[in-house]
Design a protein around this ligand. Structure first.
Ligand code: FAD
Length: 419
């Protein structure tokens, strides 16, 4: 019987395994899934902790635009298995999905565990063999796959096709540690360096500000970032951290922020702390006599700014500007926040970079390593949070699994493969 090895048991690898077992003909195919960790799907389970955002319900055009430069590579895969197909798939597993107020799609109960449990049950019943605590080490001289086993020994496996779904480099304690990068680089596979995506950034707060505000959310702000293709504006909230900023609004801009820091050493984001209030109105309010009130209570009374927003003004605006209503109002509408470094990849929600699409054919097979397919976050694409990450992991996993099946069939048809 033909055999497929899937290495990596995250959403992409599990979906590849499913595509192979479901698509295998009556003769069947041995599907063995290997993972370095004691159990599969650890990052998927973690993703479910804060509410598993499976996908997004927005119109397909805006959904596809989230993949930026790599849209042209991801689009055909999402057209084959996109948000609606993913929701139908979850529902077939007995997990209803619902659309939140932001348009994000969540499973009933918000957690990943019931979905993963039902899925693993179905995969086992369909014949997928799971091998945990098997760390892939590359290939031996006969091109067999090398694994470290649970007792520290080594075993080799010959497979007729292999799907690598080893994840990116974020949260390495959950299994995806990017250790595959040198293994593929040694085989000449074109790679783009792994980088933090959907990550926080360092600012370098003063001790006073850090002590007072680390951990505090900054709500209802608009951040703008000038760029070669027009300014990006994102409305939302972020969190002040010990070293800088993180959270939804920052993640949404993180690819551009990271790239600008890499190019220029720093990037300045402009924050509108009072969206919905026009500049002339702010100037007028701030120009009113403040009597015996402190400047802080004057600003709070007239503009409504207090707490961490007031702290940000104090931290980032020169003291002399506070006496000038025009300058102060301008700072409230466009507070310059200089970011000096992206947080390390280990802390990021996801990673950018990986196996480049040039290295792959349209079925996600590595052109230079026939029979070797890649899927999931280890491919060179990135997307913001909002369900876009998992959707593309599922879609690429399915495409790689189907690609492996197709390749085996072609081998059989041409008489070069095992029956
Ligand atoms: C805190 C957090 C919250 C998130 N929330 C969401 C969300 O709500 N929505 C969303 O769309 N995305 C979310 N994500 C991102 C999403 O979880 C990932 O993009 C997704 O899990 C990647 O899937 P994958 O299958 O490519 O890789 P992974 O899930 O990383 O799986 C890779 C697997 O490969 C195994 N592996 C790695 N190296 C080896 C090796 N050498 N040998 C054997 N096995 C190996 C690992 O053990 C792991 O099981 C979140 C991520 C984090 C960190």
């Amino acid at each position: 019987m033909q055999s497929v090895a899937i290495i990596g048991g995250g959403p992409a690898g599990l979906m590849a395994a499913e595509a192979v077992v479901q698509g295998a003909g009556p003769q069947g195919i041995n599907v063995d899934l290997y993972d370095a960790m004691p159990s599969v799907g650890r990052k998927f389970l973690l993703a479910g902790k804060g509410g598993l955002n499976l996908t997004h319900s927005e119109p397909v055009e805006s959904f596809l635009s989230r993949y930026g430069k790599q849209r042209r590579h991801i689009e055909p895969l999402l057209r084959a298995f996109g948000p609606d197909a993913l929701r139908a798939w979850a529902e077939a597993l007995g997990i209803e999905t619902h659309v939140g107020s932001s348009g994000r799609v969540f499973p009933a109960g918000m957690k990943a565990a019931p979905l993963l449990r039902a899925w693993l049950h179905r995969l086992r019943a369909a014949g997928v063999n799971f091998h945990t605590r098997r760390r892939w080490l590359g290939w031996d001289q006969d091109n067999a796959l090398r694994f470290v086993t649970r007792d520290g020994g080594e075993e080799t496996v010959h497979a007729d096709a292999t799907v690598l779904a080893l994840g990116g480099g974020s949260w390495p304690q959950l299994g995806s540690d990017g250790a595959w990068v040198p293994l593929l680089a040694q085989r000449g596979v074109p790679l783009s360096p792994l980088r933090s995506s959907n990550c926080g950034f360092d600012v370098g707060w003063s001790e006073h500000f850090r002590k007072r505000f680390a951990g505090t959310p900054v709500k209802s702000v608009v951040a703008s970032l000038p760029g070669h293709h027009g300014a990006q504006r994102v409305e939302g909230e972020f969190i002040v951290t010990e070293t800088g900023v993180e959270g939804g609004l920052i993640y949404a801009l993180s690819a551009s922020l990271r790239d600008e820091i890499a190019a220029s050493g720093a990037v300045t984001l402009h924050l509108d702390l009072a969206p919905g209030r026009e500049l002339p109105r702010l100037v007028e309010e701030l120009s009113q006599p403040r009597g015996s009130r402190s400047l802080s209570s004057h600003i709070q009374r007239r503009i409504g700014l207090k707490g961490v927003k007031m702290g940000l003004l104090r931290e980032l605006v020169p003291a002399t500007d506070f006496a000038d209503p025009n300058r102060l109002a301008a700072a409230i509408k466009a507070l310059p926040l200089k970011l000096i470094a992206a947080r390390p990849i280990a802390e990021a929600i996801s990673s950018a970079g990986g196996v480049t699409f040039d290295a792959l054919d349209e079925h996600l097979m590595i052109r230079s390593l026939p029979g070797m397919f890649c899927a999931g976050e280890m491919l060179d694409w990135e997307a913001p949070t909002g369900g876009y990450l998992l959707t593309a992991c599922f879609a690429t996993g399915r495409a790689a699994g189907l690609g492996a099946l197709r390749w085996l069939r072609e081998k059989t048809a041409s008489g070069t493969g095992p029956e």
